[in-house]
Design a binder for this molecule. Structure first.
Ligand code: GTP
Ligand code: MG
Length: 201
């Protein structure tokens, strides 16, 4: 897919203010610092579109971007942030539950996972919750530029073994790097294909 335009639309702390769900939407979610905002910038080739930071907890709101005037990309706050208070965790969970329940147009959730790490508790819990709530998702492994091809294959195989313990059918898996752009075409191709399935309300 060719990105002709990518614009910031609005940030919200509650889902009521989100744009009307009239076009397909894709949201990026994952642990704090996994690279959600960076990957959005890479996919859209607008390096300053979503705010990134080396410190976890940068994205705090639901941020809508409109791409090619045809579909929304959504940058969500991260979970599993070690310093988050119990109250913040509760708020996050409420926001994400409301968001997922409230977006008729949400075609798919991209769950981002750091390729360097073995399955993390926060990711496992979140994936289980998605399964229980029948939310369609794929997994995108981030920061592949930090490993060799062999390490990537070995970590991917280990992650697949973990998933196979939990799921009868594996979700679609993507490899990516916001640093090099590796994997961008596959992700955009997936979005293009899925856009075709959207039914106007
Ligand atoms: P929160 O908004 O805090 O939840 O974080 P986030 O998931 O949006 O992460 P963000 O995109 O801000 O990136 C966090 C850090 O990881 C930044 O220092 C990025 O430069 C770095 N980073 C993100 N993606 C990649 C990648 O693919 N490769 C490398 N080497 N670094 C990356
Ligand atoms: Mg972010």
């Amino acid at each position: 897919m060719i990105i002709k335009s990518a614009e910031f639309v609005i940030s919200n702390s509650k889902i009521e203010g989100c744009p009307k769900p009239l076009i397909p939407e894709y949201a990026f979610i994952g642990r704090s610092n996994v690279g959600k905002s960076s990957l959005i910038n890479r996919l859209t080739q607008r390096m300053k579109l979503a705010k990134t930071s080396s410190r976890p907890g940068k994205t705090q709101l639901v941020n809508h971007f409109i791409i090619n005037k045809e579909w929304y990309l959504v940058d969500l706050p991260g979970y599993g942030y070690a310093k988050a208070s119990k109250e913040q965790r509760k708020e996050f969970h409420q926001l994400i539950s409301d968001y997922i329940a409230g977006r008729y147009n949400l075609m798919n959730l991209f769950v981002l996972v750091d390729i360097r790490l073995e399955p993390q508790k926060a990711d496992k819990e979140f994936l289980t919750w998605l399964g229980e709530n029948a939310v369609p998702f794929v997994i995108v492994f981030t920061k592949c530029d930090k490993l060799t091809t062999n390490q990537i294959q070995s970590n991917l195989a280990a992650y697949k073994r973990y998933l196979a313990e939990e799921w009868e059918t594996l979700p679609e898996l993507f490899l990516s790097s916001a640093e090099t752009g590796f994997g961008s075409e596959e992700i955009l191709g997936f979005i293009e294909k899925t856009n075709g399935l959207f039914q106007k309300p």
